[in-house]
Design a protein around this ligand. Structure first.
Ligand SMILES: [Zn+2]
Length: 273
């Protein structure tokens, strides 16, 4: 009896030991499964957030220049990253489509000898108290502009913002001394070419404005030069700024008027209207 009792006790101990071992194994299996599910979820989430949209752009412009541009300029790859502001998803996806559609045309309009346009760009939402800006091939957009609704002000920003910032990427000026020109050209494409609402949004005050104000004032001035003096003005001006040959003499050389004389003429037309 004593031996049997001892054997029984040993078996019980073994059973308890097995259960304890299995318990640990089960815990480990649950832990691994939990970890694996989390990993898969994280990868899927990342893929979703950083959805790289490969281009297979269809030409939306029936106009001549752009289909030439489409043929010559490789499709743009646009990556969007709205992790900092998930509510911007729809806006960011539309921005990617818009960027791809408009890019060949902008590159063609701002072409110059030997210029090689970037093949890809990124649009990233960032939590900083600044305006939108560009660094190399990345467009940074403040999350604040989603929260305060600025991005959805179609007339002033909307997709026009993408055009403006994309122009800066294409300009690729090495020097920052052409700032008024840089911003004037970007706003020209944003308001007069893309949004086509420059007559409403780029109102110039003849008493206070000056062409070096940049942005909408300069854009309105440039638009007037394009319409009344030279349809190729923007391309010429951009090329000079990009290759570093720009000087204020450009205006005198091509239009036999100084930039101040051109501005005065522009202002006179505003006063007449
Ligand atoms: Zn700008």
């Amino acid at each position: 009896m004593h031996i049997d009792s001892l054997k029984k006790s040993n078996r019980t101990n073994e059973l308890i030991e097995i259960i304890f071992t299995m318990k640990n194994t089960i815990i480990i299996i649950i832990f691994i499964a939990f970890f694996a599910v989390n990993c898969i979820h994280a990868v899927a989430k990342k893929q979703n957030i950083n959805s790289t949209i490969e281009t297979n752009t269809k030409n939306n412009f029936s106009e001549n220049l752009n289909h030439v541009a489409q043929d010559l300029i490789p499709p743009l790859i646009v990556t969007i990253d709205y992790r900092a502001e998930p509510e911007a998803q729809k806006w960011a996806e539309l921005a990617a489509v818009t960027a791809k559609e408009q890019y060949p045309f902008l590159v063609a309009m701002l072409d110059s000898e030997g210029y090689k346009p970037p093949r890809s760009l990124r649009i990233i939402f960032i939590d900083i108290p600044l305006g939108a800006f560009v660094n190399r091939e990345i467009i940074y957009i403040p999350t604040e502009w989603v929260k305060n609704g600025k991005l959805y002000d179609i007339e002033m920003y909307g997709m026009g913002l993408v055009i403006h910032e994309m122009v800066h990427i294409i300009q690729a000026y090495e020097e920052d001394k052409y700032r008024w020109i840089k911003e004037g050209i970007a706003d020209y494409f944003q308001f007069f070419w893309y949004a086509r609402n420059g007559d409403k949004t780029c109102i110039v005050n003849p008493e206070k404005a000056i062409y070096t104000d940049g942005y909408r004032t300069t854009a309105a001035f440039f638009d007037w030069i394009v319409r009344t003096k030279d349809a190729g003005f923007i391309k010429r001006l951009n090329a000079a700024c990009r290759n570093g040959t720009y000087s204020i003499d450009l205006f005198k050389n091509y239009y036999s008027m100084t930039v101040d004389e051109l501005w005065d003429e522009f202002i006179q037309t505003l006063k007449k209207n």
